[in-house]
Design a binder for this molecule. Structure first.
Ligand code: FAD
Length: 293
């Protein structure tokens, strides 16, 4: 099933993101936790891709497993920045052969060992090039792209970032998923600006439930997201009490999601980080809302 069809059916729904193991030894435990999440019957599940491709096999294995055993549509992530054209071509063929119809086309973070001055030698510099390649393949993929309500850290300003985003969408993205954010007003402002810039594809807000204080530090390092005072107070108060922090983080994320639904968003993507208990709690908090009656 193509994700774009889910996004345009007018029903409120929830999807979850999982990540593949880094090594063969971690495979069984990741498989088990992703299956637990799949049993919740989300609208779809996305499986991330280790930049550089080292875990690419696991991304596909997990994505196929979810689809085959539980009938949950899967979205396979694919990055391009440190890959050759030949490798990307092979990955696209593998995704096609596995029957997965949805691909998240990403550039990936630039590995430290790649010198910026060597950019001209890279096979890929931006995600838009991967989008074009997927679009030109004969697989008829539903293609997603990433977007940044608080701008991508490398962008000089938001207008430039949105201009580049429009090029990526025009190249063939069917939908966009956002970077995590902790203040919904940032998303609403972003939506206003991108619609004004002529980007009309569905936007899936990405929500990260922060369930421990260390995770917040890691997430901030990755995304540079703004933390509202309301959320800072919550971490200050409960950060040293793991059970309380988990409960508070899940409720904060649930509250963000309810506000998004109330303001017309239909699908919300949860960065569930291979944690079935967190995914299940958020889903059960929303059970009557998700009945769509
Ligand atoms: P791009 O769209 O290429 O944008 C990167 C930067 O380049 C932006 O500043 C943009 O404005 C600029 N730009 C774009 N095109 C041009 C151009 N033609 N000329 C000049 N500037 C340009 N990483 C992983 O490794 N694996 C994953 O599975 C993964 N999943 C993700 C899922 C989501 C929803 C998000 C938001 C991010 C994910 N990432 C993942 C991280 C992502 O790879 C990084 O944020 C990366 O730095 C940018 O990727 P992109 O696809 O947004 O790049």
């Amino acid at each position: 099933m193509k994700i774009i069809d889910l996004l345009t059916n007018g029903k409120m729904s929830l999807s979850f993101e999982v990540f593949p193991p880094k090594t063969e030894t971690g495979f069984e435990s990741v498989k088990t936790s992703t299956e637990e999440i799949a049993k919740l019957n989300p609208s779809f599940m996305s499986v991330t891709y280790g930049a550089g491709g080292g875990t690419s096999k696991y991304t596909l294995d997990i994505a196929k497993n979810i689809m085959a055993l539980y009938g949950v549509p899967s979205l396979a992530h694919l990055t391009c920045v440190s890959s050759t054209r030949q490798t990307v071509k092979e990955r696209i063929e593998e995704i096609k052969a596995s029957g997965i119809q949805n691909v998240m086309a990403l550039r990936g973070d630039i590995p430290k060992e790649l010198e910026l001055s060597d950019r001209s030698k890279w096979d890929y510099r931006y995600a838009v090039e991967l989008v074009r390649e997927l679009k030109n393949s004969d697989a008829d993929f539903c293609i997603g792209g990433a977007c940044y309500p608080e701008i991508h850290p490398e962008s000089i300003n938001q207008n430039e970032d949105i201009k580049r985003l429009k090029e990526k969408v025009d190249a063939g993205c069917d939908f966009l998923t956002t970077q995590m954010f902790f203040d919904n007003n940032l998303l609403y402002n972003f939506l206003y600006k991108i619609r004004e810039a002529g980007i009309t594809v569905p936007i899936i807000p990405g929500i990260m439930p922060i369930t421990n204080a260390n995770q917040l530090e890691r997430a901030l390092k990755l995304s540079g997201s703004f933390i509202p005072q309301r959320f800072k107070s919550l971490v200050d108060k409960f950060g040293s009490n793991p059970a309380a922090m988990k409960e508070a983080g899940i409720i904060y994320a649930t509250d963000q999601i309810i506000d998004l639904y109330a303001n017309g968003i239909t699908n919300v993507h949860v960065y569930s980080m291979n944690k079935p208990d967190v995914a299940a709690k958020i889903q059960s908090n929303l059970s009557d809302i998700l009945k769509n009656e």
